[in-house]
Design a protein around this ligand. Structure first.
Ligand SMILES: [Zn+2]
Length: 168
């Protein structure tokens, strides 16, 4: 069977009809069977999938973008990030300082849902992390290491400014 590339994330999928979406449904079903909805892994997988398929999930893009920013730029633990989202019934907390989202990814994705291997492996924390990092890097258009450093600095400067202005 000839393989077709997903028009959104670029993954080569052999499943005919709904390659990426089909894989994603299986992944979420598997995740739900083990833990509560919107646990960190479910949340990470959802954010990566949404941002890699922006045309199909326009309504969820801003939350997914804010979520990955919080985890990969600010450095907050996924459990804390998704805990805050659950507490706000899915609303992005007002204290999150999220940079504006580009209209589309800037670079191709280095890792797609097809690279997660079989579905069991897709729940593996390291592969999930690689998928999310590649997603974040593509939207930011930068190397993950470089942007982590820069965001750490920006976040430090932001905290310092807030600290100074709070004391005026
Ligand atoms: Zn795809």
């Amino acid at each position: 069977m000839p393989s077709a590339a997903c028009t959104e994330c670029g993954a080569a999928t052999r499943e005919s009809a709904d390659g990426c979406a089909g894989r994603f449904r299986v992944l979420l079903a598997l995740d739900h069977s083990h833990r509560a909805p919107w646990g960190p892994r479910h949340g990470l997988a959802f954010a990566a999938f949404v941002l890699q398929h922006p045309r199909a999930h326009e309504e969820a893009l801003d939350t997914a973008w804010a979520t990955l920013h919080r985890i990969y730029a600010v450095g907050e633990a996924p459990a804390v990030v998704f805990g805050a989202l659950v507490a706000g019934r899915g609303a992005v907390p007002t204290y999150w300082e999220t940079p504006s989202r580009p209209l589309a990814p800037i670079q191709p994705f280095d890792v797609t849902i097809a690279d997660l291997g079989d579905v069991d492996a897709a729940t593996d924390a390291e592969r999930l992390d690689a998928w999310c990092r590649a997603t974040w890097a593509a939207w930011r258009g930068e190397e993950p290491a470089a942007l982590a450093l820069r965001d750490a600095e920006a976040s430090r400067v932001g905290r310092m400014r807030a600290w100074v202005s709070a004391r005026r």
